[in-house]
Design a binder for this molecule. Structure first.
Ligand code: FMN
Length: 209
């Protein structure tokens, strides 16, 4: 039986993180169910020059990810489709990653608003006690942002801020992106080689290059 990870892309800056997580899941042989919020279409246009149209999602996604997609690799669900598979707890999935997560999505999930399929799917996975990994991107954080992140943590989500570290020897932006994506995959228990792990030796990653 096909058992995907759900990836929800909301309208925070950080579409490169979503691309790296999608690539990592697919490289590890996982199927993905993809939900893209309406606002994320704007960040996609802004940050990539393209978007993902409901009627042409496969072409658009293949272009963005730079890879051919096999038939079962990705299922795409429009954000307004509350009858979609991920709307129900009986739909089999491993869990969900929200990457990047807007403050609005964090608030909506924390409060159980389910204003679109992305928020509904996250709510469903929390109630089913499946892994939900939320990757917020906003700075500075207001009290409201922090309260909603704490509520997500208390509800069982992993709050994994888009906060790259510099100990892994990154020399370009993609390596910083891959560090965050790699930490997401670590939280999901998915194997990858996206960044150099800390090995207990100061400067080792930098000296190795
Ligand atoms: C270009 C652009 C960049 C944005 N960047 C952020 C951001 O980094 N973090 C954030 O929380 N919201 C950001 N927003 C605002 C969200 O898109 C907005 O709050 C929206 O309601 C989120 O809806 P969603 O959670 O359904 O995707 C950005 C909007 C645009 C157009």
């Amino acid at each position: 039986m096909r058992k995907p990870w759900i990836v929800g892309i909301s309208g925070a800056s950080g579409t490169p993180y979503a691309k790296a997580v999608l690539g990592g899941l697919l490289d590890a042989g996982h199927a993905v169910d993809l939900v893209v919020s309406r606002a994320a279409r704007l960040t996609l246009v802004d940050e990539t020059g393209g978007t993902i149209r409901d009627a042409h999602w496969k072409d658009d996604l293949g272009t963005w990810l730079g890879r051919d997609l096999a038939a079962d690799d990705v299922a795409y669900w429009p954000a307004g489709d509350f009858a979609a598979g991920p709307s129900s707890g009986s739909y089999a999935v491993h869990g969900m990653v929200v990457v990047p997560a807007s403050t609005a999505a964090c608030a909506g999930i924390a409060l159980g608003l389910s204003k679109d399929l992305l928020q509904r799917a996250a709510d469903v996975n929390l109630k089913e006690h499946r892994p939900v990994i939320v990757v917020p991107r906003e700075t500075p954080a207001s009290r409201s942002h922090l309260v909603h992140l704490l509520a997500l943590h208390d509800a069982g989500a992993t709050v994994l801020p888009a906060s790259p570290a510099f100990y892994a020897g990154a020399t370009d932006v993609q390596q910083l992106v891959d560090f965050v994506a790699g930490r997401v995959l670590d939280a999901a228990g998915v194997a990858h080689s996206l960044y150099q792990r800390w090995r207990g030796e100061l400067g080792a990653a930098r000296l190795e290059g």
